[in-house]
Design a binder for this molecule. Sequence first.
Ligand code: OXD
Length: 328
Amino acid sequence: MMAQPGKQLGNVQLDAGEQPDILIAHPEADAYRRHIVAHLPGAHVEIWPDRGVPEQPLSAQALLTWRPPAGLLEKLPSLTWLHAAGAGVDHLLDRPDLDEEVILTRSRGRFGIQAAEYVAGYLLYLLLEVEDYRRDQDRAVWRPRRRRLLADLTVGIMGLGNVGGCIAARLSALGTTVFGACRSSRPVRGVERVFAGPAWTDMLEHSDVLVLALPLTSDTRELIDAAALERLPKGAILVNVSRGELIVESDLVNALRAGDVGAAVLDTFAEEPLPPDSPLWNEPRAWITPHVAAPSEVEPIAAEFIHNYRRFVDGLELEETVDRERGY
Ligand code: OXD
């Protein structure tokens, strides 16, 4: 794809036929490069070295990265666009070395599908009492019990973006009643009732299951505290697939111990890896996974980068652009 003569990209002027240089700084950089080179044969693509910081500044105008390594951003005087190979960009927004003029885009990947399967999988696992029946089996015990169905539950989803929307659509297809909370009251597929803005607290008392799919911003940090947990029905299930900092961890531990929260399925934590002395490790009603609910995959993210790069070259607005004011 050729640039038009004299095209201006952000603060960079490209000559006719010139394509913006790409730098990849990512643990899976080789795999990203293979995809990008195959689809953008004329583009100059470099990989940030594994070790050391190059002496000279680099020419890249487009950067594909997740956590920019120390020393990287200051070596990119022409950087105009940074594409984050993940969904939540909170870790990029507070970086003092990232110029605020740089356009920031984020990925959709298959995060929605992955998170929806994680949520549905854990809910079914809990409802089906998989571990209890296994224990019965080990002792040759025949002890049938009644169970609740997904179709009996109301799930409240905090955040109805790409991830929350996908969880809503898939759970509602399984017969679950889905409520959702987000900034606006626009209708969302699969969501029976949307609680807009400050009304989110009214959703809590209806939520047999509360799923957190919110970005981390100054408004959402520690949103789920003792007061929020108290408004859930007794024994509710909490599932967090977004950021650990949304929850006041000590309040959650207290609510689990009191039986007010019946189970917590937690994929993310304020400190990762979760420190060995965290009380959550030993909570019998907490299920902990190491930030694996919705991992970044090279193929869909490379395809999104390539799509946006073509728009970048054509001087079109990029998709999935982060609004720095909003924080996502
Ligand atoms: C993401 C993540 O935001 O991996 O994509 O946490």
